[in-house]
Design a protein around this ligand. Structure first.
Ligand code: BMA
Length: 373
C-alpha cells in the first residue's frame, strides 16, 4: 500500500515537473518535430528570453559584395560579415526560390551549393533559415507576378494546378531532405515560405482572401510535414511591418502550423527616426502576439540598402532592438557588384560601426554560440 502510494506520488510529481518545464518554457511543444528540432526550438526560445538575438545575414556564405562561390564549392569560408569582424553570422539565411523548377535559384545560386553551405554552417554551430520566393505556378513568372489573381484559388480548387503546385513543393521537399548533419540526421531549419503576404507576391492578401492564404500555408505544411515527414522544419510566419497584435491575427495560419512569428521592416522611404519608432512599435505588437500564442518572436528581415548611413548599426539597428526580446535579427543579402547589399564588406564606410555593434555584445555571432554549447 505504502509502495503504491509512493509510485502514485512519483507519477504525479513527474507529471507536475513536466508541466512545470513546459510552462516555464512557455512555448507549446509540438510533437510533430523531431528530437533535434525540439531542442533547437528550446534553444531559440532561451536566446529570445536572454535578450541577445542571433545576428543573421542572407546568403552570407554563397556570395558577397565582391565574391561568388563557384559551382561545386566545398569550403564556404568567404563571408562579407567575417571579412569585417572576424566572425560569421550566427544565423545563415538561404532561399529556395525557383529551385522548384531549376537547379539554380532566383539569385543564380546552385542548389548543390545551397545544400552544402547550409550543412557547413550547421556543422560550424550555426542556425539556418530558409525562405522560398517560389515562381508563380500558374503564370510561370516570378514570385512577384500578381497578374493572375486566381493563382491561389486555382491551386486550392483545380486538380491540375494543385498537382503542379504539389509537384513543385515536392522538389523543395527533396532539397530540404538533403540538408543533413554528419550523422545523416535532418538538420533543424527555420522554414519561411509565403512571407510578406501583405505585400507584393502571388500569395498576397491584396489579391486573395486571408482564408485562402491560410489554406495555402496549411496544404504546404501538411504535404511537407505529414506526407514528406520533414519534422525538422521550424515554421516561421512573417508578414511585413505589422504594428498591431490584432493585425497579426488576420492571416495567421494557426498555432498548429507556426513556431516563430516575425516582424520585418526595411529603412526604405522613411527617416532613421521613423524606422526606429516603427521597429520598436512593431516589436511590442509582436511580443504581445507571441506571448499570447506561445510562439517565438524574431526579426526575419530588415536593413538599409547599401548601408548608406555610416553609423546605422549603432544608431538605428541597436536602439531598435535593444529592449526587445527576439530570437534573431537578419539583414538581407549582399548581391555581388550591386548597390543591393545590407551588411558591410571590407572597406565599406560602416565597417567600424558594425564592429562597434558587434563589440557591444548585443548580438550573438557564430563564435558566441560555440561558447554557449
Ligand atoms: C529580394 C531581392 C531580390 C531577390 C530576392 C530573393 O528582396 O533581393 O533581388 O531575388 O529577395 O533573394
Amino acid at each position: 500500500m505504502r509502495f503504491k502510494c509512493n509510485v502514485r506520488s512519483f507519477v504525479v510529481f513527474a507529471l507536475l515537473l513536466c508541466l512545470g518545464i513546459l510552462n516555464s518554457n512557455n512555448i507549446i511543444a509540438r510533437p510533430k518535430h523531431d528530437r533535434l528540432t525540439r531542442k533547437a526550438i528550446k534553444q531559440l526560445y532561451s536566446i529570445e528570453k536572454d535578450g541577445r538575438p542571433l545576428f543573421g545575414h542572407q546568403d552570407d556564405l554563397l556570395y558577397g559584395h565582391s565574391f561568388q562561390s563557384p559551382k561545386g564549392s566545398e569550403k564556404f569560408d568567404s563571408s562579407d560579415v567575417y571579412s569585417v569582424c572576424g566572425d560569421y553570422p550566427a544565423l545563415l539565411g538561404l532561399d529556395l526560390g525557383r529551385t522548384e523548377v531549376s537547379d539554380i535559384n532566383l539569385d543564380y545560386q546552385y542548389v548543390d551549393n545551397i545544400v552544402k553551405a547550409a550543412t557547413i554552417h550547421y556543422e560550424r554551430g550555426g542556425y539556418l533559415t530558409i525562405s522560398w520566393h517560389g515562381d508563380n505556378p500558374v503564370t510561370n513568372n516570378n514570385a512577384w507576378d500578381m497578374t493572375e489573381k486566381q493563382t491561389v484559388s486555382y491551386i486550392l480548387n483545380n486538380a491540375e494546378y494543385r498537382d503542379v503546385f504539389i509537384n513543385r513543393l515536392s522538389k523543395i521537399a527533396d532539397i530540404l531532405d538533403r540538408i543533413r548533419d554528419s550523422k545523416g540526421r535532418k538538420i533543424p531549419i527555420i522554414f519561411r515560405p509565403f512571407h510578406e503576404e501583405n505585400s507584393g507576391f502571388w500569395w498576397s492578401t491584396k489579391i486573395i482572401s486571408s482564408d485562402e492564404y491560410k489554406m495555402l500555408w496549411r496544404i504546404s505544411y501538411d504535404y511537407l510535414v505529414k506526407k514528406r515527414k520533414l519534422k525538422n522544419l521550424i515554421w516561421a510566419y512573417s508578414p511585413y511591418n505589422i504594428r498591431s497584435s490584432e493585425l497579426y491575427e488576420l492571416s495567421y495560419p494557426g498555432d498548429d502550423y507556426v513556431d516563430i512569428v516575425c516582424y520585418e521592416r526595411y529603412q526604405v522611404d522613411i527617416s532613421q527616426m521613423v524606422f526606429i519608432n516603427q521597429m520598436k512599435e512593431g516589436l511590442v505588437a509582436l511580443s504581445d502576439f507571441t506571448r499570447k500564442h506561445k510562439k517565438i518572436a524574431a526579426v526575419s528581415e530588415c536593413g538599409l540598402k547599401s548601408v548608406s548611413e555610416e553609423n546605422w548599426w549603432t544608431e538605428a539597428l541597436l536602439p531598435s532592438v535593444e529592449k526587445a526580446q527576439v530570437a534573431y535579427v537578419l539583414v538581407w543579402r549582399n548581391a555581388s557588384n550591386s548597390k543591393e547589399y545590407y551588411a558591410p564588406y571590407k572597406g565599406h564606410k560602416s565597417e567600424n560601426d558594425f564592429k562597434q555593434m558587434k563589440n557591444s555584445q548585443a548580438f550573438l555571432f557564430l563564435n558566441d554560440l560555440k561558447k554557449r554549447r
